[in-house]
Design a protein around this ligand. Structure first.
Ligand code: MN
Ligand code: MN
Length: 464
C-alpha cells in the first residue's frame, strides 16, 4: 500500500498547474516594475503605427543599428533595420550559424483599434462642427463615446510636403469627444442591443463650436475649424483626401491597482509584444540564429495591405538576406522558427462564462503560448505542431521563463486570428506567444507587469 506522503509526491510528479508568479517569485516584481517604466513611455509616444515606427527607429539607431543594405555583406553581431513605408519595421541581428540553419523570427503588430477620420470628415450640424469617423479594427463602439480623444496622423499636401499632427496628448492641448445621451433621455436608446449602443454613423467627434466671424457665412463653425487647422498646419479641406488621421484615446499609460501591479493603457494590443520584442532584439548581441524582428501594420483589419503581413514585404526582406548569403530562400524559411507575438484574452472572473477555466490564460502567470487561434473549429488558425510547441517550451524553460498555455475563450464563444498563419504560409514553423490582456480592444487595456517582463525574457531566450 502506498503511504499518504508517497501519493502526494506522485500527484506532484504527475499533474501540472501553472503557478502565479507573484506567489512563486515575488522577487521579480521590482525588476518587472523597472522594465515597464520605459514600456509606458513607449506607449505614450507611440499612439499610432507610424509613431511606433519612429520611436522604434530612434531606439534602434541609439543601439547601433544601420539601415539594411542588400548590397552590403554582414557578419555575426551586425545589426540592421528596414522600414516599410513608415508603418512597419524589420530589425535583424546577424547570427553565428549559417542562414540555412534557419532564422529566429518574432512578429508583433503596432496598429491598434481606433477611429479613423473619413476621407471627407469635417461637417457642421446645428452650429457644431464634427469629424466623421470610420472605426478601424474590432471595437465595441459604445466604449468610445464620452472619453477624451486625441488626433494623430499625416496629410500629404499638394506640394508634396507631409504635415504631421499629434494633438491632444499635451496637458494644454484640446481633445476631441464623441457625445452620448444622458440617462434621462436614453430610455429608447437603452432598448438597443449593446453592439448598437453607439452606431457606426454616430461616432462623430466634436471638432469646434465657435462660429468664424463674418457676414452671411455658410457653415461658420466648420470654417472656424478649418481656419484653425490652416493656422496650425497649413491645411485645407482638400488635404483630408490625402491624409491618414486617427482618433485615439488621449492620455498616458498608468499603473493600475493599489499595488501598481498592472498597466492600464490604450494600444497594449499589440504594442506590449512590439516593445518586448524590440527590446529583446536590441539586447541580443551575438545570437546563434540570425534574428528577424517584425513590427507590422494592419493586423487588426486582417493583415491586408502592403504594410501588413499578408503582403510579401517580409518575404522580400528574407529573400534579400538569403541572396546575400548565397543560399536558396526556401531552405532558410523551412528551417526557421517564428513567434507570432500577440496578446491573448486574460480570464476575467466578472465574465467567467465566455472562458473555459482550464484552458484560459491568467494575469500574473507569465506569457501565454497559444497553440492555435481561429474561430468555429480553429478556422483561420495556424495550429502549431507538437514539435513546434516542444521547441518553444524548451527554449523558455531553459531560461526560467514563466509561461502558460491558453486559448482565446471557450469553444464557439467567438474567436480571432493573428499574423501566425501568414508567416506559416511561407513554410515557417510558427506559434503564437504573447501577453494576457483584460478589456482587450477597449480604450484602456490592462496587462500585468510580471507577464510583460516574462514575455521580454521569453523573447530574449528565443534570440539567445
Ligand atoms: Mn493583436
Ligand atoms: Mn487585436
Amino acid at each position: 500500500m502506498t503511504k499518504k506522503t508517497d501519493a502526494k509526491e506522485l500527484q506532484k510528479h504527475l499533474t501540472w498547474e501553472f503557478p502565479n508568479i507573484g506567489k512563486e517569485a515575488p522577487g521579480q516584481r521590482e525588476k518587472a516594475d523597472k522594465y515597464c517604466r520605459d514600456y509606458k513611455e513607449f506607449l505614450n509616444k507611440g499612439k499610432t503605427e507610424r509613431e511606433c515606427v519612429k520611436e522604434a527607429v530612434k531606439m534602434l539607431k541609439k543601439a547601433g543599428y544601420r539601415p539594411f543594405d542588400r548590397n552590403a555583406s554582414y557578419e555575426s553581431g551586425d545589426k540592421v533595420y528596414f522600414v516599410n513605408r513608415g508603418k512597419a519595421l524589420i530589425a535583424t541581428t546577424f547570427g553565428k550559424k549559417p542562414l540555412t540553419d534557419g532564422l529566429r523570427i518574432n512578429g508583433a503588430h503596432i496598429d491598434s483599434p481606433r477611429l479613423d477620420l473619413k476621407p471627407s470628415p469635417l461637417y457642421e450640424k446645428e452650429e457644431i462642427a464634427y469629424f466623421k469617423t470610420h472605426y478601424y479594427g474590432g471595437l465595441r463602439k459604445y466604449q468610445w463615446g464620452t472619453i477624451p480623444l486625441s488626433l494623430h496622423g499625416v496629410a500629404v499636401k499638394k506640394n508634396g510636403e507631409t504635415v504631421e499632427i499629434s494633438l491632444g496628448e499635451e496637458e494644454n492641448d484640446p481633445v476631441f469627444c464623441i457625445t452620448d445621451l444622458l440617462p434621462h433621455l436614453s430610455s429608447k436608446q437603452n432598448e438597443r442591443p449593446l453592439r448598437e449602443g453607439l452606431k457606426g454613423e454616430e461616432l462623430n467627434a466634436v471638432a469646434a463650436s465657435f462660429p468664424f466671424e463674418g457676414e452671411d457665412l455658410k457653415e461658420p463653425v466648420k470654417l472656424m475649424a478649418l481656419s484653425l487647422l490652416h493656422d496650425r498646419y497649413g491645411m485645407t479641406e482638400k488635404d483630408f483626401l490625402r491624409a491618414e488621421f486617427e482618433l485615439v484615446p488621449a492620455g498616458k499609460a498608468r499603473d493600475v491597482g493599489l499595488d501598481g501591479s498592472l498597466i492600464g493603457s490604450y494600444g497594449q494590443d499589440d504594442r506590449v509584444c512590439a516593445y518586448t520584442a524590440l527590446t529583446a532584439e536590441i539586447d541580443t548581441k551575438k545570437p546563434e540564429h540570425t534574428t528577424v524582428t517584425i513590427l507590422t501594420d494592419k493586423e487588426e483589419i486582417g493583415s491586408d495591405g502592403n504594410t501588413g503581413l499578408n503582403s510579401d514585404y517580409v518575404l522580400h526582406y528574407i529573400e534579400d538576406l538569403a541572396e546575400q548569403a548565397d543560399v536558396p530562400v526556401r531552405d532558410v524559411l523551412r528551417a526557421s522558427l517564428c513567434l507570432s507575438s500577440d496578446v491573448n484574452a486574460a480570464y476575467d472572473p466578472t465574465f467567467a462564462d465566455v472562458y473555459e477555466k482550464r484552458n484560459s490564460c491568467y494575469i500574473n502567470k507569465g506569457c501565454v503560448l497559444s497553440k492555435y487561434t481561429g474561430a468555429r473549429g480553429k478556422s483561420g488558425s495556424n495550429d502549431a505542431s507538437a514539435e513546434t510547441m516542444a521547441k518553444v517550451i524548451s527554449i523558455m524553460e531553459e531560461e526560467g521563463v514563466y509561461w502558460q498555455a491558453g486559448e482565446l475563450g471557450a469553444v464557439d464563444a467567438g474567436g480571432g486570428g493573428t499574423i501566425a498563419k501568414f508567416v506559416a504560409h511561407m513554410d515557417v514553423d510558427t506559434v503564437d506567444l504573447g501577453v494576457p490582456i483584460l478589456s482587450m480592444h477597449s480604450p484602456f487595456e490592462l496587462a500585468s507587469k510580471l507577464d510583460i517582463y516574462n514575455t521580454y525574457k521569453a523573447f530574449k531566450a528565443f534570440y539567445k
